[in-house]
Write a protein that binds this ligand. Structure first.
Ligand code: NAI
Length: 683
């Protein structure tokens, strides 16, 4: 009979120790992070064949990589299935394998140090015990819903038995990971321990096999057949507040599986496989998987440079500069924040404190972050900064004067950046001795929420500076999108025609509610009218006027009137909507008012057409980067995979015909961009 050590394996390092404990250590070949690929699972199956033949005293599954336990299933394989049967067979194979682990005749432990997500957590759940390293890097979660699917290797079945329904459902429905401590509290892991005790803890648990905690009585009651439909209804109501069943069916499927099949474990497992199969081949999941890879593409933009910043100097402590400085300090950098007076800096420091409190929780960590953020009215930080970020008023002369003053004080190697949203680099850098060093770091508002940063350059910019700026964006946990220094760059430029079309619709007498509903039905995260009110109608108008000059956009009179009347949106309590105590007041839509189809068509078509123009003018390097930027920068329906991908799915020819129809009815702002013909030919 074969022993474990005789197996020839590429991804697993296996051994049986002197206490007859089998150790299966995953070290997936040629990757920095462990994922469960088909090969990894096949090799695991071979190990389990041997273990079943010759039962050891215990089994430990652990990771040989420093980067964590297991990050999940191998997402690259999710797009390679040819048909439904292939998916189903694969899922059933993995489910069967995990069941065999669960049924082994010896105690089993998953030893979790670092990330343990998706399929990785499902594997851990098939072990009798889970021991987690009590370090901040340890994160346990089931993020499958973010990819439009749900756990499929028996996870929905095991989680709903192990944890109370609300805790278990929250884990699966939100996709949010838990820290080791939180996982211990909920019962997802049995023990937490400092890293140095991990291995001895595993041995001890295998030797003593402590009893497992049972779910609380109330949780056992809520699972009973008569209560399940009631609980399910409650859960559905919560999910419906965030996403619709039509656009994101996965969370609803999780609730349905539990409600309909909880009593019959075997049947629930089969249904789980059927359900995930259906979801995985759907457009929603395939597009969300696409967006996942697009995010990887953006991350890769930050890998062309070794640039690392230690000190950052931000000039301008307003809405943007203040929040940018706080964000950098949160991310561990030493930040000096400059403005004209201490009074102007104080509100930014106050907001930073709120942010640190929310994100860091522990007083010691909050204090450390506060210590890293230093008010600097004298601008002393310029000399020692690795990155200088200018975020003063949007005024060319003021910015030029500032650059002229600070350039001689800066370190030679430091990055000089501007957060301008509309002034071309070429107009700002003329005052510099080294104009090629100025790049744009265009953050979005609110800084702490928006993942994207546009890295702005023009033909004269030093590519090394662009790469370093992208690396800096990654250093502070953001996604860099390199764009050309043209008016509005990419995101604002594509958003503006869409927002202006919303104002046209308002001017025609459509209600803000019906316009926003049409956009939400399409899958946008926020309707355009609410978005305009949130950004501020004065800011919208000034961007529209600047962009309008360059792009030939007509600025609707209604927008000008609103600004003249000082109805600026949320901040003044009245814009296109009214706000009571900061809360938006939406009227109920009358049945005959909703004409979502034509409203949606008009809004989205403006956005798609501008996207095409940007691609043709090479504002970004590729259609994929454009899609990534628009999904992360505007909240464009992620399940549609980005504007260019969406257009491709509709068909470029159909798309163009559609624009022609709209042009005939509503005027030449819908005139199809020349790029549609180019793509049509290429496709
Ligand atoms: P803001 O008006 O809130 O803040 C500007 C701050 O700069 C003020 O506190 C002012 O005292 C300070 N300042 C002006 N001249 C200065 C100088 N010479 N030295 C030191 N401090 C000086 O402006 P906001 O909205 O933060 O915008 C700043 C920049 O960010 C602008 O270029 C804007 O276009 C850009 N931006 C704004 C966005 C937004 O949503 N507000 C989004 C993205 C970029």
């Amino acid at each position: 009979m074969m022993t474990l050590s005789e197996l020839k394996l590429s991804h697993w390092k296996v051994e049986t120790d002197t206490q007859n404990i089998a150790w299966l250590g995953l070290d997936k070949k040629e990757t920095s992070m462990n994922v469960l690929s088909r090969e990894v699972l096949s090799e695991l199956e071979t190990c389990i064949d041997v273990i079943e033949q010759n039962t050891p005293a215990g089994l430990v599954i652990h990771s040989k990589k420093k980067s964590g336990f297991i990050a999940g299933a191998d997402v690259t394989e999710f797009t390679s299935f040819e048909n439904e049967d292939q998916v189903y067979d694969y899922i059933r194979f993995a489910q069967g394998l995990f069941e065999r682990i669960e049924n082994l005749g010896c105690p089993t432990v998953a030893l979790i140090d670092g990330v343990c997500l998706g399929g990785g957590l499902e594997l851990a759940l098939s072990c009798r015990y889970r021991i987690a390293c009590d370090e901040p890097k340890t994160r346990l979660g089931l993020p499958e819903v973010n990819l439009g699917i749900h756990p499929g290797f028996g996870g929905t079945v095991r989680v709903s038995r192990l944890l109370g329904v609300f805790t278990g459902m929250n884990l699966m429905l939100s996709g949010r990971p838990l820290s080791a401590g939180a996982a211990r509290k909920t019962g997802l892991v049995d023990f937490t321990t400092p890293r140095r005790h991990l291995y001895s803890a595993a041995r001890q648990v295998l030797q003593t096999t402590p009893p497992k905690a049972k779910p609380r009585l109330v949780d056992r009651l809520l699972r009973l057949r008569p209560f399940r439909p009631l609980v399910a209804r409650l859960l559905v109501r919560q999910v419906a507040k965030r996403v619709s069943r039509k656009h994101y069916p996965a969370p609803y499927a999780i609730i349905d599986l539990w409600k309909d099949y909880f009593d019959d474990r075997e049947l629930m497992t089969v249904k789980e496989a059927k359900s995930i199969t259906k979801l995985l081949i759907s457009d929603t999941a395939q597009n969300l998987i696409r967006v996942f890879f697009l995010q990887e593409k953006l991350k890769a933009e930050g890998k062309h440079s070794d640039f690392v910043a230690h000190r950052v100097h931000v000039i301008g402590a307003g809405v943007m500069g203040g929040d940018i400085a706080a964000w950098c300090a949160l991310k561990g950098l030493r930040v000096t924040l400059q403005d004209q007076s201490p009074e102007r800096i104080a509100p930014a420091i106050k907001r930073a404190h709120q942010l640190f409190k929310k994100r860091l929780k522990k007083p010691r960590l909050i204090q450390q972050a506060m210590d890293r953020l230093i008010p600097d009215t004298g601008g002393l930080g310029v000399k020692s900064a690795d990155v200088v970020i200018e975020a003063i008023f949007e005024n060319k002369e003021a910015k030029q004067a500032l650059f002229k003053k600070i350039e001689p004080q800066m370190k030679d190697t430091a990055l000089l950046t501007t957060n301008t949203s509309s002034i071309p680099l070429a107009e700002l850098n003329v005052v510099l001795k080294r104009p090629e060093r100025l790049t744009g770091l265009h953050f979005f508002n609110p800084v702490a929420k928006m993942l994207l940063i546009e890295i702005v350059a023009d033909s004269g910019t030093d590519p090394q500076c662009v790469h370093a700026a992208s690396a800096f964006a990654r250093q502070i946990g953001r996604l860099p999108l390199p764009v050309k220094s043209t008016p509005g760059f990419l995101v604002n430029r594509i958003l503006m025609p869409y927002l202006l079309e919303a104002v046209e619709l308002l001017a025609e007498g459509k209600s803000p509610e019906s316009i926003d509903k049409a956009a939400l039905d399409f899958g946008m995260k926020m309707g355009p009218v609410e978005l305009a009110d949130t950004v501020g109608l004065d800011i919208c108008l000034s961007v529209a006027e600047i962009l309008g000059q360059h792009l030939g956009l007509e600025v609707p009179q209604l927008l000008k009137d609103k600004v003249a009347a000082k109805e600026l949106g949320r901040k003044t309590g009245k814009g296109f909507y009214t706000y009571k105590a900061g809360k938006l007041q939406k009227a109920r839509l009358a049945d005959d008012e909703a004409q979502p189809d034509i409203i949606r068509e008009r809004l989205i078509s403006r956005l798609l057409n501008e996207a095409m123009t940007c691609l043709r003018e090479q504002v970004v390097a590729s259609a994929d980067l454009l899609d990534a930027g628009i999904v992360y920068g505007t909240g464009f329906a992620p399940f549609r995979g980005g504007p260019m991908h969406y257009s491709e799915q509709i068909g470029f020819e159909t798309q163009k015909e559609h624009f022609i129809e709209l042009e005939q009815e509503f005027g030449n702002r819908f005139h199809p961009d020349a790029g549609w013909d180019l793509l049509k030919k290429a496709s």
